[in-house]
Design a protein around this ligand. Structure first.
Ligand code: F0G
Length: 427
């Protein structure tokens, strides 16, 4: 008898595998889902179960991922590698309401996770599974945040960590984290898409556990962004969830989780999901707009290096989730991203460039009449402002290529004299 309460199922064909199989693709080549037996949960699991845990002192209840463990992965608390993660704030801002034209805009700041990005939610589950399966080494390709998170969680778990990053193309905050947490850091002379292909091959050859979001357990953890967001809202479902799309694990995860809540009857409707891509790295936008399979973008390019991805692994899952939520895909230019970022930062919230595609995209969707001004919109800010200080300083100094600093706050240099300082602060 298979004692594992979940199984793995192909997103494309009808193949199924043991929930404890170490595999990341179906024999047909498509990606895999973790499938829970929701019938087992139908009796007994209520939203109150999750709310009660908010008052608990146990680390697994305090985690904004493991608090929802029945829907994420029913591990024994002893098996959980947790810091704990989640419990991120939801911000309102008059400045951003005015900027986007959305009266009720709330931003959930996933940059407030332990390693300062949303990746920690998936990583706590992925690294816990690596331990459970007896793996010694873990690896990922990354535009920076996944590697930072994997390096931290694997250090905590005592696993050997290998990260593959596109050389010179990840933000400094993220590179620093991978080095600091002790991951062996391989800089590939190529882009993320090549690094991703290589890491899949290396993991298959060497028996190393792959912790990109192609790993279906990463997706299970990331579902908790949606669960916690609804819990923050006292389980009132907003009209829209807006988030950036790169490798497309996050949009896949949030829609999967909310779909499961609906299947269980715990919520009565789904929010519409808007996935925002950078115009220079927009394969999902094109696939959605043309109603065709995804065609990879060669040499993807955007200042938002976190989402500089031309061949996203989870595109099928992402499109499935967009369809299930009656959602859509929008694209924004680097100029729109950086101006939105200046506004998010000046609101006192702050986030890295890719995160601010969310706000740029929400603004654009209002201008296009898709999002109505009086609808309730929740945006996800995926990473912390300090992940990419070069983008901030470059914008405010006016030194970024092909970007106008429309909301500039340039530093002022003065001689070390009182008179000069007084003059500088007088206007
Ligand atoms: N925002 C940030 C800050 C990210 O780091 C990423 C992805 C995304 C958005 C896009 O999320 O891939 O689930 O669609 N970063 C990955 C990484 C690719 O390697 O850190 P996605």
């Amino acid at each position: 008898m298979n004692e594992c309460p979940w199984k793995l199922a192909c997103v494309d064909c009808s193949a199924e595998y043991s929930g404890l199989a170490v595999r990341f693709r179906c024999d047909c080549g498509a990606t895999l889902d973790v499938v829970h037996d929701l019938n087992l949960l139908k009796d007994g699991l209520t939203l109150n179960t999750f709310d009660r845990r908010l008052a608990s002192k146990q680390i697994w209840d305090r985690s904004g991922v493991w608090r929802f463990s029945e829907l994420v992965l029913p591990l024994d608390p002893k098996e959980m590698v947790t810091k704990p993660e989640g419990n991120t704030n939801l911000y309102a801002s008059a400045r951003l309401a005015e900027y986007t034209g959305i009266e009720s805009l709330l931003l959930k700041h996933e940059g407030e996770n332990p390693t300062a990005s949303f990746k920690d939610r998936g990583m706590t589950v992925g690294v816990s599974m690596a331990k459970k399966l007896g793996m010694q080494s873990v690896a990922c390709a990354s535009t920076g945040n996944t590697s930072a998170s994997m390096a931290a969680y694997s250090a905590q778990a005592g696993l050997r960590a290998l990260v593959f990053i596109p050389e010179g193309k990840i933000a400094y905050g993220k590179l620093s984290q991978a080095l600091a947490y002790g991951a062996k850091t391989i800089q590939i002379a190529g882009d993320f898409d090549i690094a991703m292909q290589l890491v899949e091959q290396v993991c298959a050859d060497q028996g190393i556990y792959l912790l990109n979001s192609i790993n279906p357990f990463r997706i299970e953890g990331q579902k908790a962004i949606g669960f916690e967001l609804l819990q923050d809202l006292s389980w009132e479902v907003p009209d829209w969830i807006v988030l950036p799309g790169g490798n497309l694990g996050n949009s896949s995860a949030i829609s999967k989780g909310l779909g499961e809540l609906e299947t269980l009857g715990l919520i009565k409707k789904l929010p519409r999901m808007a996935v925002i891509q950078a115009a220079g790295a927009n394969p999902l936008y094109t696939a959605f707009s043309t109603d065709k399979d995804l065609v990879p973008v060669q040499n993807a390019d955007t200042i938002a290096t976190a989402i500089k991805i031309g061949n996203p692994v989870s595109w099928r899952k992402s499109l499935r989730g967009i369809a299930a939520t009656n959602g859509l895909v929008e694209q924004v230019s680097d100029q729109e991203i950086m101006d939105a970022k200046a506004q998010v930062d000046a609101a006192g919230i702050g986030a890295e460039p890719a995160s601010c595609a969310t706000v740029a995209g929400a603004k654009k969707l209002v201008e296009r009449g898709v999002i109505k001004k009086d609808e309730k919109v929740c945006g996800i800010l995926t990473g912390h402002l300090l992940k990419d200080p070069d983008a901030v300083v470059g914008y405010h100094k006016g030194t970024l290529d092909n970007i106008e600093s429309n909301f500039q706050n340039a530093p002022i240099s003065v001689p070390a004299e009182l008179e000069a300082v007084l003059k500088a602060i007088s206007d």
